[in-house]
Design a protein around this ligand. Structure first.
Ligand SMILES: Cc1cc2nc3c(=O)[nH]c(=O)nc-3n(C[C@H](O)[C@H](O)[C@H](O)COP(=O)(O)OP(=O)(O)OC[C@H]3O[C@@H](n4cnc5c(N)ncnc54)[C@H](O)[C@@H]3O)c2cc1C
Length: 238
């Protein structure tokens, strides 16, 4: 059943509660905006927190990896799990050390993973992972065969108990006594970009950059230009 709120007592944001959100749009927005997250679980009494790619499809979040992986095996057994996804958007520079902060969006999802056994769903998940990395890539490459599917564990967790938390905007000392200090204050945005494509050493001659990679590069490449007068790095599109 579709629940309106993903809030529970365990996911209620207590510190800065006004920054918390529990609606699907907020939580899904964070999950969809980041390629990977950190999956936490306890194995043999020891907590682990392992970085992994993640992809959301409808009301589930999927992870995948080698069938032989300790992490995948432990999670497939249904142990309680926590997935955290974070996007760091900017450095918040205040006049005082104390008021420094970060602009961010993050989500925490609690639950249990279970293996995806259905072959059609496995393939669809592969496609989601591939196209999340680079939109359109799935259609360009050879798709997984039976052996590759067998070697891969795909797990999914329902998104039923979760929270999102976000900070945006300038430092909070514009209205304080510190505003009288001669110290620059503001936000340094953090921008994700791509560098020039590096062909694989074994790439045969005459094979052009795939459209998916070309599109992603052209849309997101950022060149840092040193402004010699101000010594400030600016970003320009190619
Ligand atoms: C951004 C990112 C995305 C990734 N995406 C995936 C994915 O989608 N699927 C996948 O299977 N793997 C992914 N990995 C690799 C993943 O983090 C694990 O290394 C891998 O899943 C094996 O986990 P394991 O517990 O089975 O390894 P094991 O080798 O059994 O782990 C044993 C120990 O090795 C250490 N260790 C394991 N992984 C890491 C690590 N990443 N960094 C530092 N120490 C480590 C830890 O101390 C761990 O307890 C990703 C890694 C990164 C950084």
């Amino acid at each position: 059943m579709f629940k309106f709120s993903l809030r529970t007592e365990r996911t209620r944001v207590r510190r800065q509660p006004s920054r918390g959100a529990y609606d699907h749009k907020s939580v899904y927005g964070v999950l969809d905006s980041a390629l990977f997250g950190h999956v936490a679980f306890v194995d043999g009494g020891q907590p682990f927190c392992i970085p992994m790619l993640q992809a959301r499809v409808a009301d589930y979040v999927y992870i995948h990896g080698s069938s032989a992986s300790r992490t995948l095996r432990a999670l497939a057994s249904g142990v309680p799990a926590c997935l955290t996804v974070t996007a760091l958007d900017g450095l918040v520079l205040a006049r005082s050390a104390f008021e420094h902060s970060a602009n961010y969006r993050s989500a925490v999802v609690l639950g249990q993973f279970a293996p995806v056994e259905d072959e059609a769903e496995q393939l669809a998940t592969f496609a989601s992972f591939t196209n999340k990395l680079i939109p359109g890539r799935w259609e360009e490459v050879r798709q997984p065969n039976r052996k590759e599917l067998k070697a891969t564990a795909i797990l999914r967790m329902p998104i039923a108990e979760a929270s999102a938390k976000a900070r945006s905007g300038p430092p909070s000392d514009d209205d304080s006594d510190d505003a009288a200090l001669d110290v620059w204050a503001g936000v340094l945005p953090i921008v994700n970009s791509f560098g020039s494509p590096e062909p694989s050493p074994g790439l045969r001659d005459g094979i052009a950059l795939s459209s998916s990679a070309h599109r992603l590069y052209a849309e997101n490449a950022v060149r840092a230009v040193l402004d010699r007068d101000g010594g400030v790095a600016r970003s320009t599109s190619p």
